[in-house]
Ligand binder design. Structure first.
Ligand SMILES: [Zn+2]
Ligand SMILES: [Zn+2]
Length: 373
């Protein structure tokens, strides 16, 4: 059996091909992907910001990108009967799943810090070796034994379920780590897929005021519809000084309790210290590609008594929490509009070109594209 796949071979290049579909082992689950979002990190790969040695150990055949996905159970190991919270699971059920696989056999896993397991991305490999189907821009995605899988509530359409395993869960985990609580003022840098979900999640987690910063009017408008109390348009507030002043104005002269960096520009991380109150917390999620270097005066960290939390991936427990959040939030906020454009897998090049926002000063930038394999 084979399945369609868009293989990333070099910057801005995908090759449409067919890959073998793996035999399902004991404990494994094969998912037929119904929808896969183009995440900001996929754009970094596509632009060539991330060297091949980083993404596939220098593999020749390329990799299947895409990790923000949902699908239905196509086949499962004989011993699998339930999802990771114990609900009955059968073929045909819609599922959300972690796209990284903690080994559960290392010091970090033993300490319950599953998102820090050094072996957790071991299945992201070349398309030439088992299990082949390890990316979302393909017809099938294989969950090896030890995976985490969760039934998607029937109320959630694919537009809401697709970003659950990346954008939604990632920001909820970040906000939990930051300890957001009632009365907090939160600044969200970047109103893309992660940012808009972060706005809604911060409100639902008790934030008093959430301020979103972006340069795209359509994104800022959606951020407002999804709970932002105020927005800062980078085209109007076009210096760090004016943005810092505006944030102080909106936070009783104090600065934010929490700043989430979701842009992926090192400069935005440094700017975060200007937006933060003394003793506040910066959550760094955006700058996930290597060589995100910048100049930074370390005394700022000392004299602001700031706390900085770097976050990659999340505790799998957060994923069912995110699905429940989406069920609660779906009638309150138009979160389904984050997935603004849909393309068949064959149009992956066009989907990436339209998702690219770098260098596009004018015109509408789409919030999130998703592919239908
Ligand atoms: Zn992602
Ligand atoms: Zn581990």
């Amino acid at each position: 059996m084979k399945g369609k796949a868009a293989v990333y071979t070099k910057p801005r290049t995908f090759e449409l091909t067919e890959l073998p579909v793996p035999e399902v082992e004991r404990g494994g689950v094969l998912v037929k992907v119904t929808s896969a979002g183009i995440c900001g990190s996929d754009l970094h790969y596509w632009r060539g910001d991330i060297a091949p040695s980083f993404w596939a150990g220098g593999a020749k055949g390329g990799v299947v990108l895409g990790h923000e996905t949902t699908g239905v159970v196509a086949a499962m190991g004989k011993d699998v009967a339930r999802d990771s919270v114990g609900r009955p699971l059968k073929e045909g059920d819609r599922v959300a799943y972690t796209y990284f696989f903690p080994c559960l056999r290392c010091y970090n896993c033993l300490r319950g810090e599953l998102n820090t397991c050094p072996n957790r991305t071991r299945f992201r490999r070349t398309v030439e070796s088992y299990p082949y189907c390890s990316g979302g821009f393909a017809e099938y995605f294989y969950l090896p034994p030890g995976h985490f899988v969760f039934k998607v509530p029937d109320e959630l359409p694919d537009e809401l379920a697709t970003p659950a395993n990346c954008a939604v869960t990632q920001v909820i985990f970040g906000l939990r780590k930051a300890g957001v609580s009632m009365g907090d003022h939160v600044v969200v840098q970047g109103a893309g897929g992660l940012g808009i979900n972060a706005v809604a999640a911060a409100k639902e987690m008790g934030a008093e005021k959430v301020i979103a910063i972006d340069s795209q009017p359509n994104r800022l408008k959606l951020a407002e519809q999804c709970g932002a109390d105020a927005t800062i348009d980078l085209r109007e507030f076009n210096t760090v000084e004016t943005r810092a002043a505006r944030v102080r104005e909106l936070t009783h002269g104090r600065g934010a309790d929490i700043v989430l960096e979701l842009v992926g520009f090192p400069g935005a991380f440094v700017e975060g210290f200007r937006l933060l109150r003394p003793g506040g917390t910066i959550v760094e999620i955006g700058c996930m590609w290597p060589n995100s270097t910048t100049q930074f005066d370390v005394s700022k960290l000392v004299w602001t008594n700031a706390r900085v939390i770097g976050i990659a991936h999340y505790d799998p427990y957060t994923l069912p929490v995110a699905l429940d959040f989406l069920v609660r939030a779906k009638d309150k906020y138009p979160l389904d509009q984050i997935m603004s454009h849909s393309f068949p897998l064959e149009k992956i090049d066009e989907a990436f070109q339209q998702s690219e926002w770098l260098g596009k000063e004018n015109g509408t930038i789409i919030t999130r594209a998703f592919l239908k394999p």
